[in-house]
Write a protein that binds this ligand. Sequence first.
Ligand SMILES: [Mn+2]
Length: 333
Amino acid sequence: MKQSPYLQLPSTWATLQGFHQIVISSHLDPDGDSIGSAIGLYHLLLAQGKIVSIVNQHPIPKNLTFLPLDKQAYVLADSPDAQDVISGADAWCILDLNAPQRLGPNLRPFFDMFKGTSFVFDHHVEPMINVHSLNVITEASSTCEIIARMAFDSGINVSSDAAHGLYTGIMTDTGGFRHPRTNADVMRLTALLMDCGADPVMIYDKVMNAQSFGSMKLLGAALSNLRLEHDGSLILMIMRKEDLAGYSSEDLEGFVNYTLSIAGAKIGGLITEWPDGTVKMSLRAKPQYEVRSIIEHFGGGGHMQAAGARVKEGNIDHIIQTIIDLTQSSINK
Ligand SMILES: [Mn+2]
């Protein structure tokens, strides 16, 4: 019988209990899984009497601010408090990322200098981060699933606050229980989180029905800019500087998913050109196809079917053409 990939988690949890002051971080441009897992783990550790803080590069996205968390528990990496919080911690739990640069430019220097014990909990492939305790489970739907299983398998109480965070990341990383990692085990786990108090109707409403009026208008512009390549196998949503004036990447959250909702689409992408010259791209693929190798060409990373990259001072037209060229072989598989 195949061994469960989650077997090591109770011993990791037991190791964590040896620490007193614990800091939690997750990736830049945070999403439902990075914030949900951070807040879930925060409440699990708090309940064990630990002193816990979350330090991240970016603030909590607006649609996730409903998750239960004391304001002072969330510290931005460029704030004066970040240094004290991190240097005072004896353990650092890093969530939902597989490379130190994903911490963000203000947080990464702290990682390089950290003297305590470091833990990673993640579900991305090919970790490129050096820590004391690496808990990478690529079979997991989400980092929230890993943290939830660690809690349940360790037999600890999961509060309603923790359950809300953990449910949120499983829901968002599975695209609302529609992506390939959605299976009976994941549904049983989410049912356990509901038993602990997670409210699926409220969470869906807060997370998904949170578009601003401006963001909805921007979606209209983005849909008008859709570009079809390779006989409709590749759908690109392209937003240039002039389209994005006054907007931030948060306003485009979820836009990329519309590209794959077109019949016949195998690969979809959102490519954005920002006023500072950065070109960001996120690509999505239907289950039989992959986009990670394309994204790696631009120095990014992610999953086989969902990956992203950012290119400083990128030439958007050149990048679009490269993506079109690189997808040619991928869609013929
Ligand atoms: Mn994730």
